[in-house]
Design a protein around this ligand. Structure first.
Ligand SMILES: NC(=O)c1ccc[n+]([C@@H]2O[C@H](COP(=O)([O-])OP(=O)(O)OC[C@H]3O[C@@H](n4cnc5c(N)ncnc54)[C@H](OP(=O)(O)O)[C@@H]3O)[C@@H](O)[C@H]2O)c1
Length: 293
């Protein structure tokens, strides 16, 4: 049994995917802008992920922009039958690498076609509406107009399944009245736990929750308690952070991002890590304390 199968599976749209997946954002250049420093290395990481059993890759055409999707296509097309590629729309990049809302009907439609073209697909498996009310965290506000545009593109056969990103519970409720929502992708990790109630709600609904920044994102997690637990288990802090998320709820699907083959191997190894009760108690206290203790 491999590390991935040990971690189990959860439904994502009409497929069941391994709970340990891969986030492709780190494959673009610095600041998720422009080409990577080493394109061959980026291709190799993607091929290694799939060869290791990853069948869930998260991306967007606004990574690069276009660059990450083009690298995914070059590395993996024609895609394995069981691979689910999840993308997101709702933003565009400025020439200065800024992240700007792009939720108007024409912008969303263009983004879907950009994803199809750059990934080399006729239909996108899952498209998340990346809600841009506040760029860095969820904020209330109607999503009816943009989600209706995506639901129409789904009806036209360009999208199989829809999800939400950077969403609140109220937006999830509104969204489910417009279309079936198969996943929610929000910022959540061992330290940043604003979504605890939303995760419990999604567990009850049987909808996948996909934390972005599972390792802390641009500032990888650092915590004495996390390091202590990792040392006691003979694991690395990042493996413990991922194992904690796997333990947190059965509907959590992981998409840790890396541009490094060694980090990829390490992250996928988290599936085999069991967390004893004392370790869990220490890790749970990190978020409750609200600091990196
Ligand atoms: N919906 C959204 O708004 C949104 C926002 C952000 C991200 N995402 C998605 O979520 C995915 C995951 O987020 P993320 O990539 O930003 O952050 P992340 O997975 O929390 O962390 C990635 C960072 O951790 C480093 N790292 C990875 N594995 C490591 C290891 N074993 N040891 C030490 N450092 C390690 C990476 O550097 P190396 O490359 O050196 O390994 C990178 O700097 C993204 O790839 C993207 O697909 C979505």
């Amino acid at each position: 049994m491999t590390s991935l199968t040990t971690a189990g599976t959860f439904p994502l749209g009409h497929r069941s995917v391994n709970r340990l997946g891969y986030g492709a954002m780190q494959l673009a250049g610095p600041g998720v802008f422009g080409p990577p420093r080493d394109r061959d290395a980026a291709l190799a990481v993607l091929r290694q992920a799939v060869a290791s059993g990853v069948n869930h890759i998260d991306t967007s055409d606004f990574y690069g922009p276009h660059v990450t999707n083009q690298i995914i296509r070059e590395a993996l097309h024609p895609y394995p039958d069981d691979l689910v590629i999840v993308t997101k729309v709702g933003a565009v990049r400025g020439a200065d690498a800024s992240w700007n809302p792009a939720m108007a009907p024409a912008e969303l439609t263009r983004a879907v076609h950009d994803n199809l073209r750059n990934l080399g697909l006729d239909v996108l498996d899952v498209v998340n509406l990346r809600i841009m009310g506040q760029v860095h965290g969820p904020s209330e506000g109607s999503i009816e107009a943009p989600l209706t545009v995506l639901a129409e593109l789904q009806r036209q056969g360009l999208i199989r399944h829809l999800g939400l990103s950077n969403a609140t519970s109220a937006q999830l409720k509104q969204g489910r009245g417009i279309a079936e929502i198969v996943c929610v992708q929000n910022n959540y990790n061992l330290v940043h736990r604003d979504d605890d109630a939303l995760i419990d709600e999604l567990t009850g609904l049987g909808i996948a929750y996909v934390p972005f920044f599972p390792l802390g994102g641009f500032t990888p997690l650092q915590s004495t308690a996390l390091s202590d637990v990792a040392t006691s288990l003979g694991a690395t802090p990042m493996q413990v952070a991922l194992a904690w998320l796997l333990h947190r709820a059965p509907n959590i699907l992981l998409i840790p991002g890396t541009s490094s083959p060694d980090h990829l191997r390490e992250n996928l190894g988290a599936g085999q890590l069991a967390l004893p009760g004392a370790a869990l108690a220490r890790l749970n206290a990190i978020g409750k304390a609200g600091h990196l203790g």
